[in-house]
Write a protein that binds this ligand. Structure first.
Ligand SMILES: *Cc1c(COP(=O)(O)O)cnc(C)c1O
Length: 341
């Protein structure tokens, strides 16, 4: 970590869940499947490569969220998500590692009811990690049920800590402030400058953390190009700008972040959150068959498809240095076998 980021993040309680920097690698074989991908210099940051719980972007947020929870004397972490939530699975794994109890309230957000979606992938892994899993009754928002559950736990003498959707609070976003500083160091080591950093945006904590990191390093937030997967582009832009501002505020920077400085493209969401698109499938297959790397169907597959479109249309200029953040999510692929049949 650079001295700057050490100083910046030093005041915040943190537990270590990730061993060192995740690799940045050049994609060398993708042009066999997608020839025009060679128009830019394409790199991937492998935030899917982490030893704990299958890895993924949520571990970076959980370093700070569980750090705060433990500092408060918590014994039970409660969180929420969709049925195939990667965030829920990684919260369960991280809680197991640090000896906290974990309770997960899942909601049926995606119109999929096949057996693999209901019981396989992340749902299965939550059980293996020892979390107590509850599926919210139809018509009841998981957050509402989670708040109720927190009250029940308090009443029985436990000390619960509630982590909202995707861990996307200003505390969670600090994980991606840290990641941005890691990227700045890595681009220095590679003697290049990334013109674009591409990422999926769901609950916005990852994008907001990167944007806050850029801002605190005196760089433009417009380096990050995100693709929204949960909300429409306008909602996502507003939420991300607000969270970026809040994250900068906890870092001691009182600056306004206009929504126009947050680049969110809504063209890849398709019919809705968690619903497969043809472009996502093309991207997943192309990367699997050329590089042997797995994207996920809900987030990184859609973002990768969006990045390919930016290269094809020239939105990303020929010769640009482009860094794609692989945010993880491989276990959810198992719940989407039907989408690839
Ligand atoms: C949660 C998630 C994202 C989106 O991150 P947010 O911080 O919620 O925007 C992207 N990719 C994967 C695999 C995820 O699980």
């Amino acid at each position: 970590m650079s001295p700057a980021s050490t100083d910046l993040l030093a005041p915040f309680p943190r537990i270590r869940l990730i061993e060192g920097a995740t690799p940045v690698a050049r994609l060398t074989q993708l042009t066999r499947e997608i020839p025009y991908a060679g128009d830019v210099n394409l790199f991937v940051k492998r935030d899917d490569l982490m030893a704990l719980g299958g890895g993924g972007n949520k571990l970076r947020k959980l370093e700070f969220l569980l750090g705060a929870a433990i500092a408060e004397g918590t014994d039970t972490v409660v969180t929420i998500g969709g049925l195939q939530s990667n965030h829920a699975r990684l919260t369960a794994a991280a809680a197991a590692r640090v000896g906290l109890q974990c309770e997960i309230i899942l909601g049926r957000q995606v119109p999929k009811t096949n057996e693999e979606y209901e019981y396989g992938g992340n749902v299965f892994l939550n059980q293996l990690f020892g979390a107590r899993v509850e599926v919210a009754e139809p018509g009841i928002a998981p957050l509402e049920r989670a708040r109720e559950r927190v009250a029940e736990l308090k009443q029985s003498g436990r000390r619960p800590y509630l982590v909202p959707t995707g861990g996307s609070t200003e505390t969670g976003a600090l994980g991606y402030v840290s990641c941005l500083h890691e990227i700045l160091q890595q681009q220095q080591a590679l003697s290049i400058t990334f013109d674009h950093i591409v990422v999926a945006n769901g609950s916005s904590g990852t994008h907001a953390g990167l944007a806050a990191g850029l801002c605190s390093a005196g760089k433009s937030t417009r380096i990050v190009q995100a693709f929204s997967t949960l909300f429409d582009d306008d909602t996502t832009r507003q939420k991300t700008a607000a969270l970026t501002e809040a994250t900068l505020a906890v870092l001691g920077h009182k600056v306004a972040v206009p929504a126009d400085d947050i680049l969110v493209d809504g063209s890849q969401r398709g019919a809705g959150y968690g619903i497969a698109t043809a472009e996502m499938k093309t991207a997943v297959l192309a990367l699997a068959r050329s590089e042997g790397i797995l994207l996920d169907p809900v987030y990184s597959g859609k973002a990768f498809a969006g990045m390919l479109s930016c290269i094809k249309t020239g939105t990303f200029k020929a010769g640009a240095n482009v860094l794609f953040i692989m945010t993880g999510g491989t276990p959810s692929l198992y719940a989407y076998r039907d989408a690839f049949e």
